[in-house]
Design a protein around this ligand. Structure first.
Ligand SMILES: Nc1ncnc2c1ncn2[C@@H]1O[C@H](COP(=O)(O)OP(=O)(O)OP(=O)(O)O)[C@@H](O)[C@H]1O
Ligand SMILES: [Mg+2]
Length: 250
C-alpha cells in the first residue's frame, strides 16, 4: 500500500475474466487476472456501474445516465463540485442534456479520482488502477481462495474488533484530513483482510468544504460506524469522534 505497485499498473499483455465476485444493486464486481509482459500475473477487481432497473433503462439511456439511484442524489452530492466554465455550471443547474452528460462524466471518474487522492494520502483503499468506459479497475483485496469479507460479515474476535476500530479511526482521520467525507460509510463498505481494515465504495464521496452537506454526510458516516461497533462491544461517543475529526480537518 505504501509504494506504488508498478507491476499492477503496467499494461497487461493478456487478461482473463475469472467471473463475478459480487453483484449488487449499483455495481457488479468482476475478478480479472492480468498477465504482464514478463509472465507474472495478478488479480484485479473490476467495478462496473449498473443501470438501476430494466424498466427505467430507456429513460436512463435517453438521459445518458447509467445509475438512476445515485443520480437522484447527484445534485445534492455534487453541489460545490466545481465546473470551471459558466456555461457548464448553468447547464448543470438547469439539468439540460449537456448538464446531465457533464454530471454523468464526472460521476464515473469521481470514484477513481477520490480513491487515488486517498491512496496518496496513506488511507487503506484498494489502489485504483484505471477508469474507462464506465468501469473501474482496482487492486483486488483477497487471495485465490476468497475475496476479503465485508466487515459486517467477517466474524472478528474481540482483539480483531479493537484493531479494526483503531484502523477505522485512522482511516477516517486520513479521509477527513484530505478534505473528503465517504458519504456511504457502513460495515458493508469496509473490508477485513490481512488483519487490516480497507475502505471501499467511494462514488458518493463529497468534498467537505465545498459541499454544503459535507459536514452532515461526515456526521452520518461516523454515527453509522459507531453504532455498528457499539453493537459489537466497542463503544465510543460518536459526537466525540466527530468533533475530533473536525478538529483535525483541513
Ligand atoms: N477491490 C475489491 N477487492 C475485493 N472485493 C471487492 C473490491 N471492491 C468491491 N468488492 C466487493 O464487492 C462489493 C460491492 O462493491 P462496492 O461496495 O464498491 O459496490 P456497490 O455499488 O456498493 O455495490 P452493492 O450494491 O453490492 O453494495 C463489496 O462490498 C465487496 O464485497
Ligand atoms: Mg457498497
Amino acid at each position: 500500500m505504501s509504494t506504488t505497485p508498478e507491476w499492477l499498473v503496467g499494461d497487461p499483455v493478456a487478461e482473463h475474466d475469472l467471473g463475478i465476485l459480487r453483484s449488487g444493486k449499483e455495481a457488479q464486481i468482476d475478478l480479472i487476472e492480468r498477465v504482464g509482459a514478463d509472465g507474472r500475473t495478478c488479480l484485479v477487481a473490476r467495478k462496473r456501474y449498473l443501470p438501476r432497473s430494466v424498466s427505467s433503462k430507456g429513460q436512463l439511456e435517453a438521459m445518458g445516465v447509467q445509475r438512476a439511484s445515485t443520480f437522484r442524489h447527484d445534485v445534492e452530492y455534487r453541489e460545490g463540485r466545481q465546473f470551471r466554465k459558466t456555461r457548464d455550471r448553468r447547464a448543470v443547474e438547469q439539468m439540460s442534456t449537456h448538464g446531465k452528460k457533464l454530471l454523468q462524466d464526472r460521476w464515473t471518474n469521481h470514484e477513481h479520482d477520490v480513491m487515488r487522492t486517498l491512496w496518496d494520502a496513506g488511507c487503506n483503499v484498494p489502489y485504483p488502477i484505471s477508469f474507462a468506459d464506465d468501469r473501474l479497475d482496482m487492486e483486488y483485496v483477497g487471495d485465490q481462495a476468497q475475496a476479503a469479507p465485508q466487515l459486517g460479515r467477517a466474524r472478528l474476535d474481540h482483539d480483531q474488533l479493537r484493531a479494526a476500530w483503531t484502523d477505522l479511526l485512522d482511516g477516517l482521520h486520513a479521509i477527513t484530513a484530505a478534505g473528503w467525507a465517504h458519504g456511504d460509510l457502513s460495515a458493508y463498505n469496509l473490508l477485513w483482510w490481512d488483519e487490516r481494515l480497507w475502505f471501499i465504495d467511494f462514488p458518493q464521496a463529497v468534498d467537505i468544504a465545498a459541499n454544503p452537506n459535507g459536514i452532515s454526510f461526515l456526521h452520518r458516516d461516523v454515527v453509522n460506524v459507531c453504532t455498528w461497533f457499539a453493537r459489537h462491544g466497542i463503544t465510543d461517543d460518536p459526537e466525540e469522534v466527530f468533533a475530533d475529526l473536525l478538529d483535525h480537518w483541513g
